[in-house]
Design a protein around this ligand. Sequence first.
Ligand code: SAH
Length: 242
Amino acid sequence: MLSTIKIVLVGTTHPGNIGAVARAMKNMTMTNLCLVSPKIFPSADATSRASGADDVLSRAIVCSTLEEAVDDCELVIGASARCRTISWPDITPRDCAEKILIHEPGRKVAIVFGRENSGLMNNELDLCHFLLRIPCNSEYSSLNLAAAVQIVCYELFVATGVKSEIQIGDKGQQPLATAGQIESFYAHLAEALVDIGFMHPDKSKTIMRRLRRIYNRIQLDTKELDILRGILRMSQGNKRKN
Ligand code: SAH
């Protein structure tokens, strides 16, 4: 049941943490690990800290960008200890588990964790629908990477038990748009807003970030995305074909 959930680690510096994450995941029956530009991997430190979860390490996918890692995902959740200037929709690990397993079972999901020293950058959170924050001491809120992964995977594991007690029928939903489809939509939106004179290309960064906040809150499905892209095409006088 947890096999559609991908744990993504961005720019991990210490290979031991990668091993500890593999162990934390396997304890909770999760195996889908993706590493974005790890500083050192593979590594003996990672294997030793995995302590028997080296199968998770050997199956780990290594990508060079976060865009590539989440391209096929319908729901992307970024874990961060830090408050941001623009607020992202905020959820706890429990909300996250309920959202994934009870409200939207079977969706392809990525949960993204940042670097040990600097976390996730704003342009990485731009790819996320939600920001996951682990409630803790507000004056000392940064957990070790593997400890953070452990808490999130534990909540997912517990929620699988709850889910098996609740029979949820097929709601006949449209598939949610993947991160790759949403990125093409944002590129099209930016182009259309410049074309219709709403936005200047040099001053587009903040407005696009705010627009992403709006659309990421909604979680568009593929049908809705088609409608929005049709509207953009019409507003551009049908000049763009895809
Ligand atoms: N110093 C970094 C934190 C790095 S901890 C910062 O300022 O952001 C490494 C990663 O563990 C973070 O990027 C985040 O993905 C996760 N993490 C640590 N503490 C967390 C918390 N309280 N809530 C959510 N994620 C957390």
